[in-house]
Design a protein around this ligand. Sequence first.
Ligand code: UDX
Length: 432
Amino acid sequence: MAHTGHRVTLVDINEARVAGLERGELPIYEPGLEVLMAKGADRISFTTELAPMVREVDVLFVAVDTPQGEDGSANLSSVAAVAMGVGRALVGTCRERPLVVVNKSTVPVGSSDYVSMLIQEGAGEAEVDYRVVSNPEFLREGSAIYDSFFPERIVLGADQRDALDTMRALYEPIIEQAFPTELDPRPKSAVPFVTTDLASAEMIKYAANAFLATKISFINEIATICELVGADVSSVAYGMGLDERIGSRFLSAGIGWGGSCFPKDVAALRALAREYDHEPLLLDATVAVNERQRKRVVAKLQRELHTLKGKRVALLGLAFKPNTDDLREAPSMEIARCLDSRGARVVGYDPVAGKAAMKQFPSLKVTFDPYEALEGAHAAVVTTEWEEFRELDLDRATSLMKEPSLLVDGRNLLDPSDVRDAGLSYRGFGRG
Ligand code: UDX
C-alpha cells in the first residue's frame, strides 16, 4: 500500500512485535519484504493503539488471525475484539466520509454482518459512521509481494456504493498497474476488479482455496492409481494440464497440502456446510486423501525398512512449502510425529524453518546442514521442495547414509535415475 502511494499505519497488540517492526525487524520470513518495507519507511508507521489510528484513517484493514476451532469452524474472537474496539473509537468522532472497515481475515460467510453488529455494539447508543466490506486475500506465502502487486483479481464485496468507490480508488494503482516499475515482470493489462455482495465475496475465498486443495488431492489420488498400474503421474499431469479447462498449475503430486490456509479454510467450509445440515462429500474426500498422503510416506518407509524402531530418518525440508519459515500444518511435522511415535529417530533439516521447528517439536533433532541430517540415516524423505535439494550431492549422501539408503521423494523433486545411479533406492509418488 505504501509503495502505491498511500500512508499506512500498522497496529498490533503485541508490543514486542511493534517494537521490532520499528527497528526494521520483520516477524516473518518473506522474500523481498524487508527491502520493500525499508523503501516505504517514510510512509509507514507502527503503533499498539487502535483508537487514535481509527480516528485518522479512511480505510481500516482487519487482518487478524481466525484460527480453527475444535469443530473446524473459524474462531472469530480476534476479529470481534478489533470490531468492538473500532466501534468504541468511532464514538464522538466527526468524519468527512464513513470509515471503511475491510475484512481481510478469512471469515465464515455472513461474518461481515457480524462485524457490523459488533462495531455498533462497541459504539453503544452512539451513532457512528462506517461501512463494512469484504476483500479476501489470495496471496501465497513465499511470493506474497509479487501476488500483491500483480494479483489475478481483486475481489470486493460491499453493500454500499460509496464504500465500493473508496476501495476502487485505494486499489487504483494496482488495478491500472501504475506504480514504480522496478517490480518487473509485470502483466500489461488491468487487473480485474470483481465487485459483488458481501456473502459472495466471502464465499469466493473459500471456494477458491477448497478448489485448489481438491485439485491437489485429485492429482494425489491419480498418483496412487498410477503407482498401481505403472504409469507416471508427471506425464499424466502434463498431458492433462495442457487442456486449458484444467490448467497445468497445482497438479504436483506428493505428500499433500498444508499451510495456514488450505487446511483451515477447507475445515471451515465443511463446518459451515454442516451447520446447514449439508454433507460436503467432495470436501470430506479432499481432506481424507490429503491425510492419506502423509500415511503413505510412512508406509513407503516401513515397506523398505520393516520395523521403524531405532531407524534414523532424515527429513529434508520442514516448512510447509519452500521460501517460507511457516510450519503451520506442515506435512513434515505430521510425518515426524508419526515416525517418532513408531520409535524412529527423526532428524530434520530446513534452510530457514529449523529454529521454529525445534521450538514446536522439542524431540525432533534439527540440523543446520543437510548432510549432517543424512549422516547415519537409513532413509531420507524430501518433505519440502526447496531449490537447494535439486543440487544435493547424491554421491555424498550415499556415502553418509546407512543401508538400505532409501530416498522417499515426497515432492517428486529429484530425477529417479540420478538418485539410483548414486546408489540410493528411490521411491516417489505416482512415478510408476
Ligand atoms: C494458499 C493459496 O494459494 C492462496 O491463494 C491463499 O491466499 C492462501 O493459501 P499458501 O498457503 O501460501 O497459499 O500456499 P500454496 O502455494 O497455495 O500451497 C499450499 C500447499 O499445497 C502447500 O503445502 C504446497 O506444498 C501444496 N501443493 C501446492 C501441492 O502439494 N501441490 C501443488 O501442485 C501445489
